[in-house]
Write a protein that binds this ligand. Structure first.
Ligand code: AGV
Ligand code: CA
Length: 310
């Protein structure tokens, strides 16, 4: 059983990550917060509370709202996805919502929740690192309560997934949204698993995957996941800027079952400014992190399917 604190940004794969963490028998979710990066705050907070009601324990889990703002906003179309998940009938069958909103904003909630635990906690961040950076600036002593940080973000590949004016396309979005926050976290002594595009590129949403979920929709959890992913475009003939991958779900699954992925130590720095801002690159003076660069595709999809059926 390990303590986990989740900070997510309300995308379809973020909300499904919360759902899957609640289904893992070896994870105790001690807290959760929502940052309005790749989402709007209200629907993402609301959907998170409803997922906790339906699949978790509304007596023990609170959801905290972030007050953080990034430097480079996400496209509006993507930020709208949380409205769709929040409106799914399966999450609105038993209203009113019971899971509480935490009293404090995300970065302060994180400090409180970490300090309230006897054991160390694994942090899962599947959006930008802004709330962690703010928590570290407020109270650097939290480092001793953190087992490690598992972060979806970054890449050492020549191309990232940002296609925006005034940017050269070398960055991954979670790094690009707030490159300065990454820099602050990089200066800390926290151990980091970086679930980079190297591994997430291997788990696109495809029509085959969708059809497997459709065939298994008699299980409530599989139906919920299938309905949620109906909001986003799969990989068909070739990749586009909107093609969806299971970025965050892979990150979360690597905590529940570490045998799914391969890691190697790499020294990494981040570009904080300019046309390549948010670019992560190998650098002998950079911080040593564990790069999650490979995944067993089939084992990953059967692992998450088994969680959804449980
Ligand atoms: O860069 C991946 C991160 C993940 O945390 N997010 C989506 C995942 O939640 C941003 C993103 C990149 N491309 C996207 C994204 C797309 N095509 N649609 C929505 N979000
Ligand atoms: Ca995300």
């Amino acid at each position: 059983m390990k303590n986990v604190y989740l900070n997510h940004d309300g995308g379809v794969d973020d909300l499904i990550s919360l759902y899957l963490l609640l289904k893992m028998e070896n994870v105790r979710l001690i807290g959760c917060s929502v940052i309005p990066a790749d989402c709007y705050l209200e629907p993402a907070l609301s959907a998170s509370r409803k997922i906790s009601d339906r699949f978790g324990n509304c007596e023990t889990l609170e959801i905290a709202a972030s007050t953080s703002r990034g430097k480079n906003p996400f496209p509006k179309d993507w930020r709208m996805h949380a409205f769709f998940v929040d409106a799914l009938p399966i999450l609105n069958e038993h209203l009113p919502v019971r899971t509480k909103v935490a009293e404090k904003p995300a970065h302060l909630d994180l400090i409180d929740k970490l300090k309230a635990q006897e054991d160390k906690t694994t942090l899962i961040f599947i959006g930008p690192l802004t709330d962690l950076a703010r928590a570290l600036e407020m109270d650097p002593s939290i480092v001793q309560h953190i087992e490690k940080l598992v972060w979806m973000g970054g890449t050492l590949l020549p191309t990232g997934n940002v296609e925006e004016p005034e940017h050269d396309g070398t960055a991954e979005w979670n790094a690009f949204w707030d490159p300065e926050a990454m820099d602050i976290v990089w200066k800390s002594d926290i151990l980091i698993d970086m679930v980079a595009l190297e591994s997430t590129n291997q788990v696109p949403l495809t029509v085959d995957i969708r059809e497997e979920w459709a065939r298994n929709r008699k299980h409530e959890g599989v139906d919920f996941v299938g309905q949620s992913y109906a909001a986003v475009p799969p990989l068909v003939h070739f990749e586009t800027n909107s093609t969806y991958y299971l970025w965050d779900v892979l990150t979360t699954a690597s905590v529940g079952n570490s045998s799914l992925v391969k890691k190697k130590p790499v020294q990494v720095s981040v570009e904080a400014d300019g046309p390549s801002q948010g670019r992560t690159y190998e650098d002998e003076n950079g911080k040593e992190i564990q790069l999650v660069y490979d995944v067993d595709h089939d084992a990953f999809f059967s692992y998450i399917l088994s969680l959804m059926k449980a």
